[in-house]
Design a protein around this ligand. Structure first.
Ligand code: 5RP
Length: 225
């Protein structure tokens, strides 16, 4: 049986086989995407000709380290394929993302892409979204109003994500509220409701972007669907 890290490493290397020369790709964020970026770096060394749009500062740094040419989202017209991780995937390929706090940029990159392959170990597959706390990115000004509104409306715990005892700050200078829904009965309505609250920048529900999944299992199997 493979360790979780070995599953992610295998996934990252398998994902690189879906990239071909001439593509503009979206490069995801997280521990699974990390291995994809290592694999991509090796392919670029062997002559693969790609341009990558990073979904976070951390990913931009990894692309630079691996000598993968990069462009910002403003420098491309569109993206051919995004390869990114997820925190949960339901049977309709709807996702929760943002465990790494990068879902704003990840969603903008996904929205600009023709296709998105989600890379995840099988533990991320769920029948219903919501067990993983839904990340909601908010502007720091008045964030407690947003926190209370979500908590009271749904009767759930909403916590401010912290790092080293202080609020975690996203790449774009925002806070992250982790919303402990448990189960999300109607992701479409929740998505719309959250994003209309003044102060909410973006939530971690990705409802229409994933076009395929690459799922890694502890026995070493990797299944593309
Ligand atoms: C970052 C994300 C990641 O894709 C998600 O958290 C999965 O990460 P990992 O591959 O480390 O489990 O959405 O914002």
């Amino acid at each position: 049986m493979l360790s979780n890290d070995d599953i992610k490493k295998n996934l990252g290397f398998a994902a690189a086989d879906y990239v071909s020369s001439g593509m503009t790709i979206g490069a995801g964020t997280g521990t699974t995407a990390y291995w994809f970026l290592q694999a991509l770096g090796e392919k670029v060394k062997q002559g693969l000709d790609v341009v990558a749009v990073p979904t976070s500062t951390a990913t931009a740094n990894l692309l630079i380290e691996n000598n993968v040419p990069l462009k910002t989202l403003n420098e491309v017209d569109k993206i051919d394929l995004v390869l990114d991780g997820a925190d949960e995937i339901d049977p309709a390929f709807r996702l929760i993302k943002g465990g790494g706090g990068a879902h704003l940029q990840e969603k903008m990159v996904a929205a600009a892409a023709d296709r998105m392959i989600v890379l995840a170990d099988a533990s991320k597959l769920v029948s219903q979204l919501g067990r993983f706390p839904l990340p909601v990115e908010v502007v720091p000004f008045g964030y407690r109003q947003v926190q209370q509104k979500i908590a009271k409306t749904y009767g759930i715990d909403v916590t401010v994500r912290e790092k080293f005892g202080a609020p975690f700050i996203s790449d774009h200078g925002h806070y992250i509220l982790d919303c402990h829904f448990g189960t999300i009965a109607d992701p479409l309505n929740l998505h719309a409701w959250l994003n209309q609250i003044p102060g909410v920048v973006e939530n971690g529900l990705f409802l229409q972007y994933a076009t395929a999944t690459l799922i890694g299992y502890p026995d070493g199997n990797i299944i593309f669907t």
